[in-house]
Design a protein around this ligand. Structure first.
Ligand code: ASN
Ligand code: ZN
Length: 326
């Protein structure tokens, strides 16, 4: 399929001009069309972006190689950001796609009606358009795309069960790599907050540097029972009634998020990524809890940098500081 990929371009949700890898096809009666289908990466079965506005999966296509209408923009960002995340995992960790075996990277845009979320469905990424009041189309945020794609990495590695502490670890690895892949900040979702959210002081979805600046269970992040703030220490570990939010997976994740943030302050983002990537793909298992994660992270730092290294000290210190001490 490689021969048919060519260059195209588009405009993102926030107005960015983006160069894209697209395909061209000539269908009988319909003339030439261009699709958001990128077969240019050796060993990867494609980066494919689909439209779901007709409630069925259709490869996102256009009459010209320039995708710039209002309708095109969420697809342009999903397609572009997918390639950024693919490149990160390949170049930084030698990982060829979500399964490390070249599986296609597929995204679906225009899902639902004013849908204020995005998710990994076990096979591909799905993005809502947002309601324009609280959220704009969610694919506009590279960290959101990276968060969802990292769910695909996790399900093909540690496969952490999406409940209670293992689920919170699953969420945390998505937030941590989301933050690492997207520029230099430690916020998730800062690019997709619409005017009413910003006016309300909600300038991102979650913060790794200061988790407790936001309350849980609001309309911006409908997880939890609305009491208290995101925890940044085990002393604040959130016990939800029943299995709300699968046992607080989007809430207690912020304890691990904060440990990673603290470690990165000492050794930088790249080493943090190397240590946590090794823990996720080499040591963690479906039933791992926070204590197992401590062991996995410290062991990974030892493997990569040696016993007694400053990297091991930083990895340990981050966990100690959030109260994960054994
Ligand atoms: N955006 C959320 C997530 O990826 C949606 C969900 O809970 N599935 O975790
Ligand atoms: Zn998630």
């Amino acid at each position: 399929d490689q021969y048919k990929t060519q260059n195209g371009s588009g405009t993102g949700v926030l107005g960015d001009h983006r160069l894209l890898h697209i395909s061209k096809s000539k269908a009988e009666n319909e003339g030439t069309t261009f699709q958001l289908a990128d077969y240019s990466h050796e060993g990867l079965d494609g980066i494919l972006t689909y439209d779901y506005s007709n409630n069925k999966l259709e490869l996102f296509s256009n009459k010209s190689a320039s995708f710039k209408s209002e309708f095109d923009r969420p697809a342009v960002d999903a397609h572009y950001n997918s390639e950024q995340v693919y490149d990160y995992y390949l170049n930084e960790h030698g990982r060829n796609s979500l399964d490390n075996n070249g599986m296609p990277i597929q995204s679906v845009v225009h899902y639902g009606d004013n849908y204020n979320n995005a998710f990994w469905n076990g096979t591909y990424m799905v993005y809502g358009d947002g309601d324009g009041e609280f959220f704009i189309p969610l694919s506009a945020s590279l960290d959101v795309a990276a968060h969802e794609m990292t769910h695909g990495v996790t399900s093909n590695s540690a496969n952490l069960i999406y409940k209670f502490q293992s689920g919170a670890l699953n969420e945390a690895f998505s937030d941590i790599f989301g933050a690492l892949i997207d520029d230099s900040d430690w916020e998730i979702g800062e690019d997709i907050m619409a005017p009413a959210a910003v006016a309300d002081g909600r300038t991102s979805l979650r913060s790794l540097s200061d988790p407790s600046k936001y309350p849980v269970g609001s309309k911006y992040a409908p997880y939890g029972n609305g009491e208290g703030m995101y925890p940044s220490h085990m002393d604040e570990f959130y016990d939800l009634p029943g299995d709300l939010d699968n046992g607080g997976v989007h809430i207690n994740s912020s304890i691990i998020n904060h440990a990673a943030y603290l470690t990165a302050q000492d050794i930088g983002r790249e080493k943090l990524g190397d240590i946590y990537y090794r823990a996720l793909t080499h040591y963690l298992t479906p039933t791992s809890d926070f204590s197992d994660a401590r062991q996995a992270i410290i062991q990974s730092a030892v493997d990569l940098y040696g016993e007694g290294s400053s990297e091991v000290e930083a990895a340990t210190g981050g966990l100690d500081s959030v109260g994960i001490t054994e």
